[in-house]
Design a protein around this ligand. Sequence first.
Ligand code: KG4
Ligand code: ZN
Length: 358
Amino acid sequence: MCILSIETSADETAAAVTDGRKVLSNAIYSQILLHKKWGGIFPSLAKRAHEERIDSIVDTALQKITKIEPGNPEDCQARILHNIDYIAVTQGPGLAVALEVGIKKAKELSEKYQKKLIAVNHLEGHIYSSFVQNSKGNPKRDFKFPTLALIVSGGHTEIVLWKNHLKYEVLGETLDDAAGEALDKAAKMLDLGYPGGPVIERLSLEVENREFFNFPRPMSKTKDLNFSFSGLKTSFFYFLRKQKTENSEFNTNNLRQLASSFQNAVFETIIRKMDLAINKTGINRIAVGGGVIANLYLRKLLRNLAERYKGEVYFPPYKYLTGDNAAMIGVVAYYKAKSGIFAKVTGLDRIPRLSLQK
Ligand code: KG4
Ligand code: ZN
């Protein structure tokens, strides 16, 4: 079953063609450079950039397939669209003006080529991302239910009980900032640019991910599975202000120590809550998705946690699957199509605050 999928919920314009769990082609245009100087996503710029790129990104995803198909590329493209079974698109959560661009394109194609539409929750995409396969069907890992899903991205931090295909129960979520957002804000305070996660990872590694300053582990004493990172951010802000007045000058070593200590506070909070989730549910299988799981230190901490409980942990098998992409949307859509869940062209609208439990 071939699906053309489109994703425009934040700052990546993305399209993919998938066949079941296999990715036949994948195209992503990242707007990171555009938003760098704002230290975050600037909505009107994101909207315009999506509008400028959406057609060419869909074409790129299709062209990659035409290389596999014999014949004239243009005929091939139309033929491929005719041969595609369904069109999938991210409905939310995300930035309204950004989601709209992808949905509009999906509706146009659906009408022109008479294809049924499938609306996908972006968070479902991150949950499924560890099970997306390359065109050869690797990795071969199978779904096992129930699993604990952890989403750690710039917009979300959630622990989800993944009961079966398309069946979720949110066990905990952030009450304010997401983990990636906290890393981005700390990096901004340290003048490290946007996105902050990768720079903080690099600096922390240079001091072997050790902890030099003890920042709070937010909500670690509560018995629920919710997160809150805004207090940590504030405490970091005041700590920096005090350091700056006392030391007058930052040296590079100090910067590494601060980055690594902050990263420890964020990651240890995540690990403690996942530990609690395993204890509460008795489930020792974890699937992780979202941009922050590109971080190798967080992967190591989660691997250690799973080992302690003789369990397993799954990560997105390819780097592009950690951040936003359309391939993961196409794979969720495959399971929706198998269950006969389709959207009506007229009724489909973006839902910026779409949750996993409808
Ligand atoms: O999933 P994603 O691409 O977009 C959202 O849906 O939010 O996640 C982006 C987030 C940013 O906060 C970024 O700083 C973080 O992922 N990130 C990282 C790393 N790479 C990206 N955080 C920690 N370590 C990394 N290597
Ligand atoms: Zn995302």
